[in-house]
Design a protein around this ligand. Structure first.
Ligand code: ADP
Ligand code: MG
Length: 356
């Protein structure tokens, strides 16, 4: 049974960066304003994420890593109402099947922190001879999750990984993208033993500032900005990226949607397209969106111009295709073609307006 669970877990957690993505989303769900990531050996030896979020209640710890039980879903109909279509309670469970998982957590109401270790979905003793139940310890409000020896028991997964420097690059990429999407949250990411982080963002910055910090001034000074929504009358609004708007408008009415994008103009040249796509705050991929936007750039600018695009799309969670397994990063949603066309049009107008 546990072999099957391990294989299933390996389908969800492909590599250190995919585990980290789930852990970051959990921290964001918990309302964290500070997320600190520490990595050893590309995340294969150690992947640790410390947040200052709401913490986990002690009574929830025994079932934390059980499959499905901690899911936000109580009934199947809830599936369509999930705003973050995450793992439905599978992330921590999956990690516990393929790594040593330790959780230290403290809620505001707790007087001390609690430490719990997990293996194969259940609490496990921290060391031989000890009991499995959570132990009190010192700790700040929030949660620190430590993942050690990832894939120690799944050699095929382990051997499919690249070297630790490439895995670390992917980790930095995930942190960078979530930092841009959550400019109000401070992120750091570093290797153990290194005093200075490789990614570090302040809280209370803006999307444009975060892009400047993480992708550099050269790119940032060529940014355009547009926002477009289902209720927008036609065109959408284009402006330079220095005029800030908030990220908070949410699609509330049935099938309503809104999108906000920051993207490079005609002056910016890169070797390949960088697309940071968030749908309902989850980092996803859509080859249709990517192709549509590349076509816009190729139409307006010289052939082969490669843009940087950050696009945050919020749609009615009911319209996201929930039959696509959440581990598939490629997503589909209702009215996809029409929505993509509106976004592509808005980007095109901004590019044309700017190049005149
Ligand atoms: P899901 O996020 O789909 O519910 P997970 O396995 O990712 O499933 O997480 C299980 C539960 O553990 C979450 O629903 C949440 O209640 C709790 N949790 C996980 N990480 C954190 C965290 N960093 N802070 C607070 N609660 C957390
Ligand atoms: Mg989760």
């Amino acid at each position: 049974e546990s072999v099957i669970n391990r294989i299933a877990a390996g389908e969800i957690i492909h590599r250190p960066a995919s585990a980290l993505k789930e852990l970051i989303e959990n921290s964001l769900d918990a309302g964290a304003t500070s997320i600190k990531v520490t990595v050893k050996d590309g995340g294969m030896k150690l992947l640790q994420i410390q947040d200052n979020g709401c913490g986990i209640r002690k009574e929830d710890l025994p079932i934390l890593a059980e499959r499905f039980t901690t899911s936000k879903l109580s009934t199947f109909s809830d599936l369509s109402r999930l705003t973050t279509y995450g793992f439905r309670g599978e992330a921590l469970a999956s990690i516990s099947y393929v790594a040593n998982l330790t959780v230290v957590t403290k809620t505001k109401a707790d007087t001390c922190a609690w430490k719990a270790c997990y293996a194969d979905g259940s609490l496990t003793p921290a060391k031989a001879g000890a009991t499995a139940d959570p132990k009190s310890c010192a700790g700040n409000d929030g949660t620190t999750i430590t993942v050690e020896n990832l894939f120690y028991n799944t050699p095929t997964r382990l051997s499919a990984l690249r070297g630790s420097s490439e895995e670390y690059t992917r980790i930095l990429d995930v942190v960078t993208k979530y930092a841009i999407h959550n400019p109000h949250v401070s992120f750091t990411c570093k290797k153990t033993g290194n005093p200075s982080p490789d990614v570090s963002t302040p809280s209370s910055s803006t999307t444009a500032q975060a892009i400047r910090l993480l992708y550099g001034q050269t790119l940032a000074k060529e940014l355009l900005h547009t926002s477009v929504s289902s209720s927008g009358k036609g065109k959408g609004r284009a402006s330079s990226a220095s005029g800030e708007t908030s990220n908070e408008d949410v699609a509330d009415a049935e099938n309503s949607w809104n999108a906000e994008a920051y993207f490079t103009n005609a002056n910016y040249q890169a070797k390949k397209t960088t697309l940071l796509l968030f749908i309902n705050h989850r980092l996803v991929e859509s080859s249709r969106i990517k192709r549509a936007l590349e076509a816009v750039y190729n139409g307006v600018l010289a052939k082969g111009a490669s843009p940087f695009i950050y696009l945050s799309l919020q749609i009615d969670p009911k319209s996201v295709d929930v039959n696509v397994h959440p581990t598939k990063k490629e997503v589909h949603f209702l009215d996809e073609d029409a929505i993509i066309e509106r976004i592509a049009d808005a980007v095109q107008q901004a590019l044309i307006g700017q190049s005149q």
